[in-house]
Design a protein around this ligand. Structure first.
Ligand code: ARG
Length: 464
């Protein structure tokens, strides 16, 4: 049988494999509620513009509302023969209200329809992700406030570099996520123009009111160019790009959780709620959630790459290739949502061990910079000379397998005679972090203040 929606000039139906490659209903059924929202707005506008009678408009609205209920309750069987969500809904409307259903598609095409649906879906997804990211920031800021003065080793090259505080480390992620939210907000702002009414590609001869449908769907304005309207998927790319960067941030944090929970680090413990056991090794507590956040990032980045490649060779305007925007975007944004939720769960669950972190904070001569700074500040050495003197003192301590603060004053004076007893005050890890009071530095007072400011902002209603 030829297609009941567009079968006029077709004598027979598609080959089975044609249907298999062509049909998108298996995945675009997720656009059902957006599709119905778009159709309701379009029908209402057609009536207001005098293109559709009040009676047809009412029948269409009631029919669409019935279908929305059927879909919500899982009662509407979707058909592959009807290709996609748009034609499944329209066909059901015809069953319900008769041939008047055919008037809904006046001055519209599936090309502007799918662009509209997808924009509404991505916009909804961005709003959901933003709320989740704000919650993750809150979880991090709360932990940071509780551990604003817990000293831990700060790393560069994954080698002990200088002591920092655990709160400072967590607040670094709060900043990253703030930028992620900014990128999503920016993408949302640019996305928020309505393609509806661009029709197939050229616009329409009917006196439609695109401003009206734009406003009723919560868009800021209609898009300006009909060709661009139906061929633009920048909004999906931008959402996926923002999602990719956010996923990379979560993945880096996940990797830190994996390191921190490994017994050789033991900086942090996750409860049974966020660990799994091994079927063979009874001692194991595996941080699977963190590993999966790290692992699932691959899918998010893959979706961005996939869509960039789909679009790169497409001439204007619509091409069926564009149907390939959906599965990747659905999967990626849903995956990110799951990863954010799991990360927030782990942050709230994690129990840092300040004693272990403090122990390692002093290892690896992490206060060597503090010693060099002391030589500059108190003895007036040029930093390069201070660096050299400190290097010799570290070498001396290392050869004796002791810490810098365990060197005897006379041994220090053998390297630099002007060193006094006062130097020991800067060799402890607490003194080190306390001294880092520069803007953005790790001093506990700074960290406490930053954490409190974030908590205020995040707890204020509707601000981030
Ligand atoms: N399922 C299609 C998609 O997702 C809808 C648009 C189809 N348009 C067309 N001219 N065949 O892209």
């Amino acid at each position: 049988m030829s297609n009941r929606m567009w079968g006029g000039r077709f004598a027979s139906g598609p080959a089975e494999i044609m249907q298999e490659i062509n049909a998108s209903i298996d995945f675009d059924k997720r656009l059902a509620s957006q599709d119905i929202r778009g159709s309701l707005a379009h029908a209402e506008m057609l009536v207001a513009a005098g293109i559709l009678s009040e009676a047809d408009g009412t029948a269409i609205r009631e029919g669409l509302e019935t279908i929305a209920g059927e879909i919500e309750r899982g009662e509407l069987p979707f058909s592959r023969a009807l290709e996609d969500i748009h034609m499944n809904v329209e066909s059901r409307l015809k069953d319900l209200i008769g041939p008047g259903a055919g008037r809904l598609h006046t001055a519209r095409s599936r090309n502007d329809q799918v662009a509209t649906d997808m924009k509404l879906w991505v916009r909804d997804a961005i709003d959901g992700l933003d709320a989740q990211l704000a919650d993750l920031q809150l979880a991090l800021a709360e932990k940071a406030a509780s551990f604003s003065d817990a000293v831990m080793p700060g790393f560069t090259h994954l080698q002990s570099a200088q002591p920092v505080t655990f709160g400072h480390h967590l607040l670094a992620y709060v900043e990253m996520i703030a930028r992620d939210r900014g990128r999503f907000a920016d993408a949302r702002r640019r996305l928020n123009e309505s393609p509806l009414g661009a029709a197939a590609l050229a616009g329409t001869s009917f006196p439609i009111d695109r401003h009206r449908t734009a406003a009723s769907l919560g868009f800021d304005r209609p898009t300006a160019n009909s060709l661009d309207s139906v061929s633009d998927r920048d909004f999906v790319l931008e959402a996926l790009a923002a999602a990719s960067i956010a996923a990379v941030h979560l993945s880096r944090f996940a990797e830190e959780i994996v390191l921190w929970t490994t017994p050789q680090f033991a900086f942090v413990r996750l409860s049974d709620a966020y660990t799994t056991g091994s079927s063979i090794m009874p001692q194991k507590r595996n941080p699977d959630a963190a590993e999966l956040v790290r692992g699932k990032t691959g899918r998010v980045l893959g979706a961005l790459q996939g869509l960039l490649v789909v679009l790169k060779g497409l001439p204007l305007a619509y091409g069926k290739d564009m149907q390939e925007d959906k599965e990747g975007a659905f999967d990626a944004l849903q995956t990110l949502s799951l990863c954010i939720a799991a990360t927030a769960g782990m942050v709230r669950d994690m129990q840092p061990d300040p004693d272990v972190m403090r122990h390692w904070a002093g290892a690896g001569y992490a206060t060597a910079t503090d010693l060099a700074d002391w030589l500059v500040r108190v003895l007036g050495l040029p930093f390069r000379d201070a660096h050299h003197v400190t290097g010799r003192l570290v070498g001396e301590a290392a050869s004796r397998e002791i810490g810098l603060d365990e060197l005897a004053l006379c041994d220090m004076q053998a390297v630099e005679p002007r060193i006094t007893e006062d130097v020991f005050a800067v060799l402890g890890v607490e003194a080190s972090v306390r001294s880092r009071t520069s803007h953005g530095g790790t001093a506990p007072d700074n960290v406490r203040r930053e954490a409190e400011q974030w908590l205020l902002r995040l707890r204020a209603p509707a601000v981030g």
